[in-house]
Design a protein around this ligand. Sequence first.
Ligand SMILES: N[C@@H](CCC(=O)N[C@@H](CS)C(=O)NCC(=O)O)C(=O)O
Length: 213
Amino acid sequence: MITLHYAPGACSIAAHIVLEEIGQPFEARPVSLRKGQQYEPAYLAINPRGKVPALSTAEGIVTENVAILTYLADLAPEKGLLSRDGFARAQALSWLGFLTSELHGSYGPLFAPQRFIDGEEVQAALKEKARTRLAGNLADVDGRLAGRDWALGDFSVVDAYLYPFFHWAKTYMGFDMTPYANYSGHHARMQARPSVQRVLAREQAGQALLDAA
Ligand SMILES: N[C@@H](CCC(=O)N[C@@H](CS)C(=O)NCC(=O)O)C(=O)O
């Protein structure tokens, strides 16, 4: 059986949503990033980079969001979560590449400026710059979602991957998301999906387990 190693509310929620969408049995194992469990030997044996998500499969371990989302979509081609057609697949991979490098990357200096530079003053300046970069990337997404319910027309892995970054901007970075009307509409549509509701409930329970441990 597939096991998803995830942290509640982290980028791993994209894979969690896709697992629910494809409807195959899986186990979801929470990892506490707050408690540093990603650096404990047991987890480093799964992903030596100390990051979630990681997917344990019968064939071995898959790491990196883009690889995991691609792998999961290909397990259930009938769901149409990632086209196998050359050009359409390239469009999807273009989105995934942007999300993993640019949009996800925008958050690094905001969540952990100390990983980039020492000193409170320069860290504050770095965060300011990073907020501007994030705002630009959110606007990019918003523009690309104009006139469409889902990033590629039909629901796909790209939509699942768009989900956490909206939430982080609003909840953790205090962004007013109303100017990003298309991305806001997309987020509302995501929240209404039964798969997302099941994932949110499971991740909440996972967080409670981690807190109690
Ligand atoms: N390139 C990786 C990035 C994964 C990543 O940064 N995950 C974060 C959570 S959103 C993490 O595990 N952070 C823990 C840490 O860096 O200590 C991917 O796309 O899978």
